[in-house]
Design a protein around this ligand. Structure first.
Ligand SMILES: Cc1ncc(COP(=O)(O)O)c(C=O)c1O
Length: 358
């Protein structure tokens, strides 16, 4: 077996020890004589797995008791619609900040349900807006933003101030990468396939008072109340993804929790940005204060060498470095599961490529 360093933006690398444990438990989970995949979601064994995962997540993120944790399906993209369906209310108005590709999608979806005020649009600028430039609307039902734009590699260096207006965040590519103060947010959501587990699971953390206000006609599956009232078991939940997420949460606890993983993530990001900044051959387009710890886009001085870079990198066991088509160049996604050795191997390869081809 030979594993590579996988820099994919998502589905992304998972901790090897988590995969090994899932493999060891695959055919016979803890003497149950069956795989987790084969278990009833209402049976004692799976209920135990589900509860443990939630308990561990609550501990990792210090989630207050007045928040529900929902284990759903449909990806973060479903939340683009579920948020307005549940929160817009009779005012039918919400504030959004547009910092890039995923903000844009969230805004487009929200517009189907009501009036959207875009407080700032820095989607072409590779930065978050100045905090002082944001003027939240008095009558908005919520303020939505994307703390980490996976494609542009832009991360908010602050939490916007919106008074009593609930903040709603799409943290698909930054959740669990460092501590966050859950109490500052109304809804926190993320697709699982970057820092949580396999694709197919969607995590939603929602404050109790925001549940139960879905617009008339909202299908049961799109009403937070349905899932909050049933412990995310209204229908068959993504059981195997939930189990693997639970293993990832346990692995995170072994890394020292979010405080521990944040130190490692900061070191990884700093080392990679230093390598980019220290060379005339590589460049990162993001304003330094807004550089993502998780997704690092970079370009080569000569784009004609992109293909050779990718081929050489793949040969060195560094995979999935091609940048998103809208930005070009390369993108190294260095989520929690990317070991420091993987980032070091990339930096060494970049240095070698510049010396021989730059
Ligand atoms: C920030 C962000 N939001 C939303 C999505 C879409 O997520 P999903 O594919 O789970 O719908 C992604 C996927 O990469 C993302 O990075």
């Amino acid at each position: 077996m030979s594993r590579v360093y996988n820099f994919s933006a998502g589905p992304a690398a998972l901790p090897e020890s988590v995969l090994a444990r899932a493999q060891a438990e695959m055919l016979d989970w803890h003497g149950a004589g069956m795989s987790v995949m084969e278990m009833s979601h209402r049976g004692k064994e799976f209920m135990g797995i589900a509860e443990q995962a939630e308990t561990d997540l609550r501990e990792l993120m210090h989630i207050p008791d007045n928040y529900k944790v929902l284990f759903l399906q449909g990806g973060a993209s479903s939340q683009f619609a579920m948020v307005p369906m549940n929160l817009m209310g009779s005012a039918a108005k919400a504030d959004y900040i547009n910092t890039g590709s995923w903000s844009k999608k969230a805004i487009a979806e929200a517009k189907r349900y009501g009036k959207v005020s875009v407080l700032a649009d820095t989607s072409a600028d590779f930065r978050a807006p100045e905090q002082s430039s944001l003027q939240p609307s008095a009558d908005a039902a919520y303020l939505h933003y994307t703390p980490n734009e996976t494609i542009q590699g832009v991360e908010f260096p602050y939490i916007p101030e919106a008074g009593d207006t609930p903040l709603v965040v799409d943290v698909s590519s930054t959740i669990l990468s460092r501590p966050m103060d859950v109490s500052k947010f109304g809804i926190i959501y993320a697709g699982a396939q970057k820092n949580i587990g396999p694709a197919g699971l969607t995590l939603v953390i929602v404050r109790d008072d925001l549940i139960g206000h879905a617009a008339d006609g909202t299908p049961a599956m799109f009403d937070y109340k349905t899932h909050a009232d049933t412990g995310s078991m209204y229908n068959t939940p993504p059981t195997y993804g939930w189990y693997l997420a639970g293993l990832v949460f346990q692995w995170l606890k072994e890394q020292g929790g979010l405080e521990g993983i944040a130190e490692i993530n900061e070191r990884k990001a700093k080392a990679l940005y230093a390598a980019i900044d220290g060379s005339d051959f590589y460049a990162n387009p993001v304003e330094p204060a807004c550089r993502s710890w998780m997704n690092v886009p970079f370009t080569l001085a000569n784009a004609d060498l992109d293909a050779a870079f990718l081929e050489g990198a793949a040969g060195a066991g560094l995979k999935t470095l091609k940048g998103h088509r809208s930005v070009g160049g390369m993108r190294a996604s260095i989520y929690n599961a990317m070991p420091e050795a993987g980032v070091q191997a990339l930096i060494e390869f970049m240095g070698e490529f510049e010396r021989t081809r730059g």
